[in-house]
Design a protein around this ligand. Structure first.
Ligand code: ADP
Ligand code: ADP
Length: 227
C-alpha cells in the first residue's frame, strides 16, 4: 500500500464549453519517508497539483489517498508551505507557530506547547528573532517561520509549494541547506514543487517532471542517488 497515492487525477478550470484541462491523468505513488520533487515550468499546473494534495481544491476526476484515506479537505496531517509566507502579520514568530500548535494539539498543557514551539523555533535558527513580527524579518526568515510552523503541526507529509521561489539566490541556497539538514534529522515525507531542477536534484530522492498545461501530466520519475 502506497503512503500517498494519486490515481488518474484530472483538473481543469473555466466554465463548461470553454474549460481547459490543466492536469490530465496524474498518477503518483509515494512511500513514507520519501522526498519527491515535482519540477515544471511556471503555469504547468504545479500549484494546482499540490493544492489538491493539500485538500484545498478537489480533482474533477480520479482520487487522492493518504494512508488509504481519501483526501477531501485540508487537514493537520498535511503541513503546507507556500511561496508567499502566509504568516499572520500581527503575531510574532513564536505566536504564529503557537497558534498552529494550539489548533492541532488543543489539549496539551501550556508548558508542553511552549516547549514544542521553542523546539521548532530553534530548529530553524530563529530563537533570536522569536519575538519579532513578520514585517521585521527578511524573506528567508519568514520562510523559515513557515517551515517551522508546518513541522510543528507534526504532519504526516510536508507539502512545499515553491517555498524558496521568491528568495534571492544566496538566501535560497542557505534555506536549501536548512531543509536538507532538517530532513535528514526528521525524516518526513515531503513533496516539493519547484521550477528549479537543481533544487530538486539537491534536495529530493526522486524528481518527476510535469509537462506544461493544458493536459499536463507527470513524466517518468528519476531517482537521485548521491555519489
Ligand atoms: P504552476 O503552479 O505550475 O505555475 P498553476 O497550477 O498555478 O501552475 O496553474 C496552471 C494553469 O491553470 C495556469 O494556466 C493557470 O493560469 C491556470 N489556473 C490556475 N488556477 C486557476 C483558477 N483558479 N482559475 C482559472 N485558471 C487557473
Ligand atoms: P536569511 O538570514 O534568512 O538568510 P537574508 O539573507 O535575507 O535572510 O537576511 C540576512 C539578515 O539580514 C537577516 O538575518 C536579517 O537579520 C537581516 N534582514 C534582511 N532583510 C531584512 C528586513 N527586511 N528586515 C529586517 N532584517 C532584515
Amino acid at each position: 500500500m502506497a503512503f500517498l497515492e494519486l490515481k488518474n487525477v484530472s483538473k481543469g478550470y473555466g466554465a463548461t464549453g470553454q474549460r481547459t484541462e490543466v492536469l490530465r491523468d496524474i498518477n503518483l505513488t509515494m512511500e513514507k519517508g520519501e522526498f519527491v520533487a515535482i519540477v515544471g515550468y511556471s503555469g504547468a499546473g504545479k500549484s494546482t497539483l499540490i493544492s489538491m494534495i493539500a485538500g484545498l481544491i478537489r480533482p474533477d476526476a480520479g482520487n487522492i489517498t493518504l494512508n488509504d484515506l481519501e483526501i477531501t479537505e485540508p487537514g493537520p496531517d498535511r503541513g503546507i508551505v507556500f511561496q508567499n509566507y502566509s504568516l499572520l502579520p500581527w503575531l510574532t514568530v513564536y505566536e504564529n507557530i503557537h497558534l498552529a500548535v494550539d489548533q492541532v494539539f488543543p489539549n496539551w498543557a501550556p508548558a508542553r506547547k511552549q516547549q514544542h514551539v521553542e523546539k521548532y523555533v530553534a530548529m530553524v535558527n530563529l530563537t533570536p528573532a522569536r519575538d519579532k513580527r513578520p514585517s521585521e524579518l527578511s524573506g528567508g526568515m519568514r520562510q523559515r517561520v513557515s517551515v517551522a510552523r508546518a513541522l510543528a503541526m507534526d504532519p504526516q507529509i510536508l507539502l512545499l509549494d515553491e517555498p524558496l521561489g521568491a528568495l534571492d539566490a544566496l538566501t535560497r541556497s542557505t534555506l536549501q541547506d536548512e531543509i536538507s539538514r532538517i530532513w535528514s534529522d526528521d525524516r518526513k515525507t515531503v513533496v516539493l514543487i519547484t521550477n528549479d531542477v537543481d533544487e530538486g536534484i539537491y534536495l529530493a530522492d526522486r524528481i518527476i517532471p510535469l509537462s506544461a498545461a493544458p493536459n499536463a501530466t507527470l513524466g517518468k520519475s528519476v531517482k537521485i542517488d548521491l555519489p
